[in-house]
Design a protein around this ligand. Structure first.
Ligand code: NAP
Ligand code: MG
Length: 503
């Protein structure tokens, strides 16, 4: 691993930086409690901005604003709703560099170039006027049977900090394209990109109250959203533990939801894999965003015959990963927070204590006592039941598990509670087909680490990785409910009541 040592200065576009306020009903407001939360750059631990510490009263105000905005937004024709989303996407593209800098500084990642949000929104905007119902058969030629797909009303969403821009665009875009109005809470660690995107949504002409952003802590602002009596549907992205709490709140409130939760994604490597291509991709798959990606391929499940060469190559590749702050030519930044730093280092200790071998990495890089940096870490001799092989670490920690044959590879790959993404590295089409069918995951990627690259691929989990699918061609439909309409040309004759004369 190569470490850089310079300490960068903060550079944020004042046009996009929202400092000290959140968006309710088209107004930038403080929280009713008046308190704020510092948003920190995890590379320098500098405060970037402050956001309101929203509470249940703020969520209530946001829900009321969303309720007021709903009838006009629902009744706006779908083509016009789509056009406003396209305009929003154009503004995001125009501010692409500034948005990338903002997100990279609050999350702590190096630049990714133009952000994906504009493309995501255009894909969604194109669906707005393709929400269709059915015509249904009837018993009589005088009758029509139809289904209508209608928005739920005011919906809620809660998103995590690891990719706040894309999460915001996906949840908000699909929900409002369907005609809903939304109250969304970003994570306290990375709320600035969501606020900037909301600002651009207003500028694009999306009416006040359609998109409301309440910042704050999960247990306060977050918990108030699924518990609010006027919320009609929820989307949640985050950890399984919080997902379970949200689902309980939704159960109490009889609110349907989708959950996008974590992963412990396997990378299954067969001896015929092209290791020249696979190894850099696998290392990228666990170091991108410092391993803080739900889809990160965090377990290598390899056939024993390829094990030694693979481990040597993975270690060499990991040592080439440059670590540093966002503005430097680096591959990997710090973890998001002190809490995550402690958590990831704690898992590295757990792995050592359980008897796994640290091949490379295993601690804080030299010269990095400021910021939440950790080395890309490779564990070998990992047993499938070790905690580092079962639990989501959410850091750049890769565990290698050797297996004897394909059957054992499937058993180990499927042997966690998660099922988000599974990768297979092979040049044999038969192996690829069998594995694609047998792996329990919402996405299977052959010769690719994260399952990306498919346009409109539905994204979501099996098992404890959640349920519901986002990002696909049906993502707007997820935010609609179906109404059956039965329509007669005339009031049908009612059967005559029997009278005494009939007998
Ligand atoms: P988290 O702790 O579950 O937090 C996610 C969001 O929920 C944050 O906005 C958080 O707010 C909020 N929250 C926390 N407690 C809450 C409560 N009691 N009621 C309502 N909201 C609450 O997850 P995280 O650690 O930030 O994010 C990492 C997790 O997200 C990982 O497990 C990762 O795999 C998963 N993830 C999944 C996907 C996917 O698409 N499947 C994508 C990205 C991330 P605060 O943080 O502000 O308190
Ligand atoms: Mg931060």
């Amino acid at each position: 691993m190569t470490a850089t040592t310079e300490r960068p200065e903060t550079t944020l576009d004042p046009d996009l930086l929202v400092d000290g306020s959140m968006l309710i009903g088209g107004e930038w407001v403080p929280s009713s409690g008046g308190e704020t939360i510092d948003v920190v750059n995890p590379a320098t631990v500098q405060v970037l901005a402050r956001v309101p510490r929203g509470n249940a009263a703020d969520v209530d105000a946001a829900v009321r604003a969303a309720e007021q905005a709903f009838p006009a937004w629902r009744d706006l024709d779908a083509t016009s709703r789509g056009r406003l989303l396209f305009r929003w996407a154009d503004l995001i593209e125009q501010h692409g560099t500034a948005l990338d800098q903002l997100e990279s500084q609050e999350v702590g990642r190096p630049s990714w170039g133009p952000p994906p949000m504009a493309g995501q929104l255009r894909f969604i905007a194109g669906q707005a006027d393709k929400v269709q119902g059915l015509s249904l058969p009837t018993y009589s030629p005088d009758q029509l049977g139809l289904t209508l797909r209608e928005p739920y009303g005011v919906v809620g969403a809660i998103i995590p900090w690891n990719a706040p821009g894309p999460m915001f665009a996906t949840e908000v875009g699909a929900a409002i394209a369907a005609g809903n109005t939304i109250v969304i809470k970003p994570a306290e660690d990375a709320p600035l990109t969501p606020l900037a995107l909301a600002k651009l949504a207003l500028e694009a002409g999306i009416p006040p109250g359609v998109v409301n952003v309440v910042t704050g802590y999960g247990g306060e602002a977050g918990a108030a959203i699924p518990a609010h009596p006027s919320i009609r549907r929820m989307g949640f992205t985050g950890s399984p533990q919080t997902g379970s709490l949200i689902m309980k709140a939704c159960a109490d409130n009889l609110v349907p939801l989708h959950l996008e939760l974590g992963g412990k994604s396997p990378q299954v490597v067969f001896p015929d894999a092209d290791l020249d291509a696979a190894v850099p991709a696998m290392v990228m798959g666990i170091t991108l965003n410092t391993g803080q990606i739900c889809a990160a391929g965090s377990r290598v499940v390899c056939l024993r015959s390829v094990h030694d060469e693979l481990v040597d190559r993975l270690a060499a590749q990991m040592q080439r990963v440059r670590v540093g702050a966002w503005h430097e030519p680096v591959n990997m930044g710090p973890l998001i927070s002190e809490r995550q730093h402690q958590r990831v280092l704690g898992y590295i200790d757990l792995g050592r204590e359980a008897g796994a071998e640290v091949v490379t990495g295993g601690g804080v890089p030299a010269g990095y006592d400021t910021g939440y940096f950790v080395e890309p870490t490779l564990f070998d001799n990992v047993a499938p039941d070790m905690r580092i092989a079962q639990e989501e670490i959410f850091g750049p920690v890769l565990s290698v598990i050797a297996v004897d044959d394909e059957a054992e590879a499937i058993e180990v790959a499927n042997g966690t509670e998660y099922g988000l993404v599974a990768s297979v590295w092979t040049n044999d089409v038969g192996t690829a087909v069998r594995m694609s069918r047998r792996l329990q995951a919402g996405q299977v990627a052959v010769n690719s680490p994260l399952g990306a690259g498919v346009i409109g691929g539905p994204f979501g989990g099996y098992k404890h990785s959640g349920f519901g699918r986002t990002m696909g061609a049906d993502s707007v439909l997820e935010w609609t409910q179906v109404k059956t309409v039965s329509m007669r040309a005339a009031v049908p004759p009612v059967p005559r009541t029997r009278t005494p004369e009939d007998d």
